[in-house]
Design a protein around this ligand. Structure first.
Ligand SMILES: NC(=O)c1ccc[n+]([C@@H]2O[C@H](COP(=O)([O-])OP(=O)(O)OC[C@H]3O[C@@H](n4cnc5c(N)ncnc54)[C@H](OP(=O)(O)O)[C@@H]3O)[C@@H](O)[C@H]2O)c1
Length: 344
């Protein structure tokens, strides 16, 4: 007997990807329920070769649900995650709302799967920010070998990271540029088509943005609180796929060749690094893929033990939907949850 799974935010970028991945991986679900806001009641979404009709979140009874995958933003997560957890479902939330709560594990299964057992405190597990997820997948095996001291990262984040309306905005602005119309700016603070914007989420008092702060706080929580991180997060006119230029300083020596070998054997990582034209991965190529791709592995001659890397992944998959489903699989594989129907 399988699990009863609810997907909250099923009409969104991440929710649709979740439904696709549940079907693709033959997740042991007896029933999958698609939920969204009231305005999407009756909207059809694909689940493998089936079609599900969305229901309104507020009308759902969660008492029979085992796992709730949420991707409907922070305010929905704030209000609904505790209610759904109280009804007995394990909530795996994609928003940033629960990530920094000491009683909520923040999980990337390749990095800190053991921490998942902490879900019992609140019945909630948090999924990290998309840029953090791919970063820590690449850093973890290097940290295990040579102990990371400091990371300097610049991100090149696709518009899908800001939701479906943001994708529409890049599309309509691009079209407007070609038809000589004035591109309309709605969701982003400046024009995104044929441009880039060094600003994601709100500004904080110290001048960093919240997106940059998230990368620091989340890397520390998931990987190691001793690692120093500084980030510059940039939105780029790419539909799907986040890229990162990463400089890493280690306590111990590590060569580019060693790093390459370690990453080739690391879970979730795929090294494509030919040191020739086209011998690296770009975001366009990682769309629909599960791996975190690592290219351009070089020794950084400006520090004692340093490496420079290029890290690319599909932000809707490893950065969100795939990671959430891997967390659910982790709960099942470790016998941390049992289907309610089976238990009854
Ligand atoms: N995109 C990424 O790369 C990424 C990565 C990591 C985390 N996240 C997080 O995942 C969440 C969703 O992101 P997204 O990109 O999928 O956004 P999106 O495309 O804008 O979709 C938002 C979803 O939330 C639903 N929703 C909104 N208000 C709701 C309400 N009051 N009750 C029920 N459902 C409601 C929407 O339903 P309607 O269609 O009915 O409005 C839609 O299904 C956000 O918290 C985001 O920060 C995204």
């Amino acid at each position: 007997m399988g699990y009863k799974v609810a997907v909250v935010g099923a009409t969104g970028n991440v929710g649709r990807e979740m439904l696709g991945i549940l079907a693709e991986r033959a997740f042991p679900a007896d029933e999958v329920i698609a939920l969204a806001s009231r305005q999407s009641q009756g909207v059809e979404v694909s689940y493998g070769d089936k079609t599900l009709k969305c229901r309104a979140l507020e009308h759902q009874d969660f008492s029979g649900i085992d796992i709730c995958l949420m991707s409907a933003g922070s305010s929905v997560a704030k209000e609904w995650a505790p209610r759904i957890a109280a009804a007995g479902a394990v909530v795996i939330d994609n928003s940033s709302f629960w990530r920094y709560d000491a009683d909520v594990p923040l999980i990337v299964p390749e990095v800190n799967a053991d921490a998942v057992a902490g879900f019992r405190k609140k019945g909630i597990i948090a999924n990290p920010n998309c840029s953090t997820a791919q970063l820590v997948v690449a850093l973890k095996p290097l940290h295990d070998r040579a102990t990371i001291r400091r990371v300097v990262v610049a991100t090149y984040q696709s518009v899908s990271g800001a939701g479906k309306e943001a994708m529409d905005e890049l599309f309509s602005q691009t079209k407007a540029v070609f038809t000589m119309d004035e591109p309309e700016i709605k969701k982003f603070p400046k024009r995104i088509a044929f441009n880039l914007i060094p600003h994601i989420d709100v500004f904080m008092e110290d001048g960093f943005t919240k997106e940059e702060w998230k990368m620091v706080a989340e890397t520390k929580k998931i990987l190691d609180p001793k690692i120093k991180v500084v980030a510059t997060c940039v939105r780029v006119p790419v539909f799907i796929g986040h890229s990162e230029a990463v400089n890493v300083e280690f306590e111990n020596p590590i060569t580019a060749e060693e790093a390459c070998e370690i990453l080739r054997n690391a879970p979730g990582c795929l090294v494509i690094d030919k040191r020739e034209a086209g011998g690296y991965v770009t975001p366009y190529e990682c769309v629909g893929e599960d791996a975190t791709y690592i290219s351009r592995i070089r020794e950084d001659p400006t520090v004692e033990n340093g490496l420079a890397l290029w890290v690319v992944s599909d932000n809707l998959r490893k950065g969100a939907a795939l990671n959430a489903i891997q967390i659910a699989e982790c709960l099942i594989n470790r016998n941390l949850i049992e289907a309610k129907q089976k238990a009854a």
